[in-house]
Design a protein around this ligand. Structure first.
Ligand SMILES: [Zn+2]
Length: 392
C-alpha cells in the first residue's frame, strides 16, 4: 500500500527539523520521501492513498525504552503476575501491547518477562497476528536468588550462571540483555541500594553481551551499583536514582564518566511522578538537573506496567521529563532519535527520512509548543500499516 500523508507540520526527528505544509510518501513498510507537500506530492501515481491531516502534526512514532508487558499497571502487579499462568500472562501482554501502540509508541524495549513470552508477542506482532509496537526483547531479567523480579525465572549467583544466562537468552532470540544489578522497590526483601551482583559478575554479563553483539541494560538504583555499571561500560542504565538506605549519594565524578562513555540513561519517569512530592522528589530532581548540566543523554522509558503506571499513559512520562528540566524539543528527541540511538536502531526508526521504516503518528496539536498535546495521538502507522483500534 502506498500513502501520501500531508499535514501543516511535519517533525522529521532531527534536531529542530520542522517542515511547514509537509508530506511523507510511504510505500509498503518504508518511507520513500519527506519534504514540502508541493514537492513530495508533485508526481504521485493514482493508486496512492492520500490522507490530509490538516492542522495536525505528523512525527516519528515514539519509543518507550522500558516497558513490562506482563505487569498490569494496577496497584499490585506482582501478585497478579505470580498468580497468572503463562497462558493468562500472554493474553495480558498482547492487550498491553495494543495499548502502547494506540498511545503512539511504535517501538518498545521489553525489560523483562517470564517464560520467554516476550518472544512470542514480538513474533506475533511482526507476522501481523497481533497488534502492538515493534519490540526489542530481553527475555527474563538476570537477577540473584530471591532478588528483584526473581519470579520472572532467571536467578543466577555466580559468574558461570550469569554467563550461561546471557548465552541462553541470546540463543533464544533476545535483542538485548537486562540485568538487575541492584535491588528494586517492587520486590519484597530486595533493597534498591544494595548490589545483587559483585562487579566481576556484572563485568561478565557485559562482556558476554558485547561479545555476542548485544547491548546490555542495567537496572541500577543504588549509587554503588551505578558506579559499577559505569566502570564496566554498560550501554544503558535504568532508573539511575543514586539512592541509599537513608537518602541519596549522587556522585558528580561517576556522572561525568557516564557522559564521557556515552552511556544513555533511562530515568523511567512516568505518570507516577506527577503524584510524588516532598523532599525526596526535590532532591531527586536536583540530582537529575546536575546530570543534565553535564550533557547526559536521557531516553524516554516509563516502566509501563508497574504500580499504577498502565500502558496507555506513556505521555505522563514525557510530561515528567519537563519536571526534570528538558525542553519540549529535547523530550521529543529523547522519545525518538536519541532513544533509537541508545537502542542501536537509529538506522531504522526514530526519524522520518527516506529508507526508514514507516512508523508515523499524527497528533492533534503541536507538541513542540505543548508536550501534553501528545496525549492526542489519533492516528498510528507501524511498519506501513494502520491498525484498527475500534476493538479496544
Ligand atoms: Zn522495570
Amino acid at each position: 500500500m502506498k500513502y501520501l500523508l500531508k499535514a501543516e507540520r511535519v517533525l522529521g526527528g532531527r534536531k529542530g527539523e520542522v517542515i511547514k505544509n509537509g508530506a511523507v510518501l510511504v510505500d509498503g513498510e518504508s518511507i520513500m520521501s519527506v519534504g514540502s507537500a508541493d514537492v513530495v506530492g508533485a508526481h504521485i501515481d493514482p493508486n496512492v492513498k492520500v490522507i490530509d491531516f490538516g492542522e495536525r502534526t505528523l512525527m516519528p512514532g515514539m519509543i518507550d525504552c522500558h516497558v513490562h508487558l506482563g505487569f498490569d499497571g494496577s496497584a499490585d502487579p506482582v501478585t497478579r503476575m505470580k498468580k497468572s499462568t503463562d497462558e493468562q500472562l500472554l493474553v495480558l501482554m498482547l492487550y498491553n501491547a495494543r495499548l502502547l501502540l494506540r498511545s503512539g509508541v511504535t517501538t518498545a524495549r521489553e525489560m523483562g518477562a517470564r517464560s520467554f513470552l516476550d518472544l512470542v508477542v514480538k513474533e506475533a506482532i511482526e507476522e501481523g497476528t497481533a497488534v502492538g509496537p515493534n519490540l526489542l526483547v530481553s527475555n527474563r531479567p538476570i537477577t540473584s536468588t530471591g532478588g528483584h523480579c526473581w519470579f520472572m525465572g532467571c536467578e543466577c549467583d555466580d559468574t558461570v550462571a550469569v554467563k550461561r544466562a546471557v548465552r541462553d537468552h541470546v540463543k533464544a532470540g533476545a535483542d538485548f540483555i537486562k540485568i538487575m544489578h541492584t535491588g528494586g522497590f517492587m520486590t519484597k526483601g530486595s533493597a534498591p541500594w544494595y548490589n545483587q551482583f559483585d562487579r566481576k559478575e556484572l563485568e561478565t554479563a557485559t562482556y558476554e553481551s558485547h561479545r555476542l553483539d548485544k547491548k546490555i541494560a542495567v537496572h541500577a538504583h543504588g549509587a554503588v551499583g551505578i558506579k559499577d555499571a559505569v566502570d564496566v561500560g554498560v550501554d544503558t542504565i535504568e532508573h539511575c536514582s543514586w539512592v541509599t538506605s537513608s537518602g541519596y549519594d549522587y556522585s558528580e565524578e561517576a556522572a561525568e564518566k557516564i557522559v564521557e562513555k556515552g552511556i544513555h540513561i533511562c530515568l523511567t519517569t512516568n505518570v507516577g511522578w506527577g503524584r510524588m512530592s516532598g523532599q525526596w522528589l526535590e532532591e531527586r530532581l536536583q540530582n537529575i538537573s546536575r546530570m543534565k548540566a553535564l550533557g547526559m543523554k536521557f531516553i524516554a522509558g516509563t516502566d509501563a506496567g508497574i504500580n499504577l503506571v498502565p500502558h496507555d499513559k506513556y505521555v505522563g512520562g514525557l510530561e515528567a521529563l519537563r519536571m526534570v528540566g528538558l525542553s519540549n524539543e529535547e523530550i521529543i528527541e529523547s522519545a525518538t532519535i536519541v532513544a533509537a540511538e541508545a537502542c542501536g536502531i537509529d538506522q531504522t526508526v526514530g526519524t522520518l527520512a527516506p529508507g526508514m521504516r514507516a512508523d508515523i503518528i499524527a497528533v492533534d496539536g503541536d507538541p513542540l509548543s505543548n508536550i501534553s498535546d501528545l496525549w492526542n495521538v489519533d492516528w498510528v502507522m507501524r511498519a506501513g500499516t494502520v491498525p484498527d483500534f475500534a476493538q479496544l
